[in-house]
Design a protein around this ligand. Sequence first.
Ligand SMILES: Cc1cc2nc3c(=O)[nH]c(=O)nc-3n(C[C@H](O)[C@H](O)[C@H](O)COP(=O)(O)O)c2cc1C
Length: 361
Amino acid sequence: MTKNAPFRPELQKKIDTLKARRKPITLGSIPFESNLILAPMSSICNAPYRLLMEDLGAGGTVSELISCHGINYKNVRTTEMLKIDPREKNIGIQLFGEGAEAMANAAKVAEEFGPKFIDINMGCPVKKVVGTGAGSSLLKDPTQLPVFFSTIKKAIKLPLSIKIRIGWDHDSINAMEVIHIAKEEGIEFVAVHGRTRAQQYTGQANWNLLESLGEKAPLDIIGNGDLHTSALVKAKMNSTNCQALMLGRGPIRNPFLFLEPFIQEDDNIFFTPEDHFEVVQKLIEYARIYAHNDHILLISIRKHLIWMAAGFNNAGVFRDLIFKTPDLDETIKISEDFFMSLQDQKKRLGDHESFMTSGHG
Ligand SMILES: Cc1cc2nc3c(=O)[nH]c(=O)nc-3n(C[C@H](O)[C@H](O)[C@H](O)COP(=O)(O)O)c2cc1C
């Protein structure tokens, strides 16, 4: 059993067994405890959620995207977003912005908060971000990238990584070109969401291209996109050329997604309704540290409860109840009733059903 184990012994034992089977990896010069990494997600990947995901097997995590200008203007809310829990071990802070100098200054500030690496968002498809020349817009003109990367790199001591899409649109798929430039400028590794900016979240991630990048690219590649179930993650983990995989929407729904792919056929390990409810309680415990009052806490956890319930019977009724109650204790009681009543995890939504079809990368 791990020291200061966060969960009750029955659950912790399962977690420890599966965690011990993970494949520790090094991406560039950065060691991670597993080849399954939590994707950055805005308004989701804050300290409590990242900490919970590390407890539940994520080999590393990345913060939500944080504005370099917000940091440079010392915006209070932006600065809050930089906070890292002292228990987080494998965290990268992701920054977004268009100007090399502004990004370099912000990266210097972010570094002081103690992440393991700094990541640049080059995948955000949202108009407001792209309109300023940031996010996936950076893929449009790779000739600007050497100066952009080197200016940021020179400003910081920590390793630098990037997260990109495969290109701007179908006619300008240029991930390999961008990765070659990144290699020249000393970027450590590249996470690639297998869609173009034009696709937003439609269609499928292009895993043929991701596999070819994993095989041929000159930097370590984290493949990302649509790995939403344990079966899909396990199959991909056993066959991919990518050095690691990044999971975003999947673990939002199934918090055990970083562990279940390591279950073997004769194990008889499965996560029970009690385990699900314990995860809910742990998230509340962690979120409480960062929320200034119960109301803010409630707002921050409601969405997680609803996502974790998605796909199970009566999730709609649960959702209505959760949104109607303004009380934290009652919310916990409703969650307990719901999660403890779950018997059959197979009723969860299939990977073919769309789930959260917008985001910042
Ligand atoms: C709600 C939401 C927010 C996101 N925010 C970010 C972000 O801040 N930075 C980023 O690089 N990608 C962001 N993404 C993209 C994810 O990191 C990931 O690339 C994408 O969801 C595909 O992976 P998945 O199919 O495993 O979810 C976001 C995605 C979603 C759904």
